[in-house]
Design a protein around this ligand. Structure first.
Ligand code: APR
Length: 246
């Protein structure tokens, strides 16, 4: 393992030779856009709650208004945020390699707004509303009251994947296929605590890909990566893309 904020030559060589690069991102990629990560303490009114307690179907059933308001607050933060240099570097990397698959655990649309196409949304999208009863996509609104389904009258919920819920089938299938097929796998800004997303790096490793972690706080899995670049994704990713041209 290499722990270095400079980009190792062997990693650049692997990227230059790569036929398929797979990138998995987590909340850390949006941190430099001002979007709080999941496992840091929350601000203001929400400081007394942990995100893990709010992002569950049980929490929504127990208090739909509380959970709806929390997501409304998160939507506002995300809508006001702008993509950062890390998001833009991933979009630029896609132009530099034969194939790039971007899988994100983020629900904030910032990759798409930075120009990435065909993003696999592993944990859904915060701007979509779905019927709590059958999951169908609905046009919601940003009112304080919980909106209801036009078909069955059930509460609408944000279209994100909560703790204990299954990953959308197509997203899971496409992500596993990409992880197993790629030659270089970048795990960026994720604590790698939540499965099955955290298992994608294992899948890539089993298929002989070069696996790389980019995180200012190396995770518990850091030792199992070929390269561990300790730093902010908004710094390291542009450095990586720029170094490819040298
Ligand atoms: N650049 C890169 N990484 C960063 C930065 C940064 N500027 N700032 C923080 N990080 C790292 C943190 O060190 C941490 O390891 O980002 C990671 C964020 O971890 P989490 O908050 O756990 O986010 P994530 O891994 O995306 O969580 C996974 O869990 O709560 C659920 O569904 C939710 O998608 C989320 C999933």
């Amino acid at each position: 393992m290499t722990t270095n904020s400079d980009i190792p030559d062997a990693l650049l060589a692997a990227l230059r030779d790569a036929r398929h690069v797979c990138v998995l991102t987590g909340a850390g990629v949006s941190a430099e856009s001002g979007v709080p990560t999941f496992r840091e303490a929350q601000d203001g009114l929400w400081a007394k709650y942990r995100a893990e307690e709010l992002a569950t179907p049980e929490a929504f059933l127990a208090d739909p208004v509380l959970i709806w308001r929390w997501y409304r607050w998160r939507r506002e933060i995300v809508a006001d945020a702008e993509p950062n240099a890390g998001h833009r570097a991933i979009a630029a990397l896609a132009e530099r390699v034969p194939k790039l698959t971007l899988i994100t655990q983020n629900v904030d649309n910032l990759h798409q707004r930075a120009g990435s196409r065909d993003v696999i949304e592993f944990h859904g999208n915060i701007f979509e509303d779905r019927c709590f009863a059958d999951g169908s996509l609905q046009a919601g609104d940003d009112s304080t009251a919980v909106p209801t389904c036009t078909e069955c009258g059930s509460n609408l919920r944000p279209g994100v994947v909560w703790f204990g819920e299954a990953i959308p089938e197509q997203a899971l299938h496409d992500s596993c296929t990409a992880a197993a097929d790629c030659d270089v796998f970048l795990s960026v800004g994720t604590s790698s605590l939540v499965y099955p997303a955290a298992g994608l790096a294992d899948l890539a490793r089993q298929n002989d890909a070069t696996v790389v972690e980019i995180n200012p706080n190396p995770t518990q899995h850091a030792a199992s990566f070929d390269f561990c670049l300790a730093g902010n994704s908004g710094v390291i990713l542009p450095e990586l893309v720029n170094s490819l041209s040298l």
